[in-house]
Design a protein around this ligand. Structure first.
Ligand code: IPD
Ligand code: CA
Length: 272
């Protein structure tokens, strides 16, 4: 398999998909809900996913596909050893609906359940984040790397409420935020796109990002980009990272990640 070809295709398709979505960004949208009243989807999410999957299927007919909107409409979400594209057509749909400019197209390619390529395109700010296993990470073609800061007390940490409105989960998320703030993190931020949260860690504009409740399509591409930028990715409790397990802790270093984990309230969720 020619990984360079997969990488080039992912970038090209992400850019065109981003342009399609950007055309709708300033317009009023038809909004539907999925798992909760705050889990949004628009007709653009579905159109963009159809474009991405049909284009990549045409080029790679034997590959498997996992896409957020295809899974929402009944497809299986099952990662095998086969070459698999994992797609979030619009990550940050709430941002997209409200015109908050952190909206990403996320496309990852996995082989033997391991990340090979990750591309995340911020379609409003025109920032293309990309990484190929062993090849480093870039933003608009220029190398990026994580922050050198390894101390919680000098870190900006991204935390998200996500789309759940389950009171117990929200209480635990608030407790995590409180714990990080009371332990003197420089700042807490919520960007509203898991894929772009990971890119923020990769390019050094935040030191870490932690969230329970994400799905594999939110974080599959970002994980490659963080690692190739010199960062680390764990479960929120500091164990091995698994994209199917609904949680992520991305950080600029293991030292920082291990200072964060004791403050994160565990949330038990069913895997993808
Ligand atoms: C969501 C975003 C959000 C994160 C949620 C995701 P969507 O994805 O990435 O930042 O907090 O967990 O579900 O619904 O915008 O594709
Ligand atoms: Ca998403």
């Amino acid at each position: 398999m020619d990984l360079q070809d997969v990488y080039d295709s992912a970038i090209e398709v992400a850019r065109i998909a981003g342009k399609m979505a950007y055309e709708a960004f300033h317009r009023d949208k038809v909004v539907e809900t999925k798992e909760s009243s705050c889990d949004l989807v628009t007709e653009t999410d579905k159109q963009v996913e159809n474009y991405i999957i049909s284009t990549l299927k045409g080029k790679y007919p034997t590959h498997k596909f996992i896409g957020e909107e295809s899974v929402a409409s009944g497809d299986k979400c099952h990662l095998t050893d086969d070459p698999t594209w994992i797609i979030d057509p619009i990550d940050g749909t709430t941002n997209f609906v409200h015109r908050y400019p952190f909206v990403g197209v996320s496309i990852a390619h996995y082989i033997n359940k391991k990340a090979a390529v990750g591309v995340v395109y911020n379609l409003v700010l025109d920032q293309m984040f990309a990484a190929k296993k062993g090849g480093g990470a870039t933003m608009n073609g220029k190398p990026i790397s994580v922050s050198l800061c390894k101390d919680l007390k000098s870190s900006v940490i991204i935390v998200e409420f996500g789309s759940t409105r389950d009171p117990e989960q929200l209480r635990k998320k608030v407790e995590t935020m409180y714990n990080l703030a009371v332990n003197h993190a420089h700042g807490l931020r919520s960007v509203g796109s898991a894929a772009l949260d990971m890119c923020n860690v990769a390019c050094g504009s935040s030191e870490a990002y932690v969230e329970y409740g994400v799905h594999c399509w939110d974080i599959a591409a970002g994980a490659v980009i963080v690692e190739e930028a010199g960062g680390v990715v764990f479960s929120p409790q500091g164990g091995p990272f698994n994209i199917m397990k609904r949680g992520v802790l991305a950080a600029s270093s293991s030292e920082l990640a291990m200072q964060i984990t004791p403050h994160v309230k565990h949330i038990d969720l069913q895997s993808d």
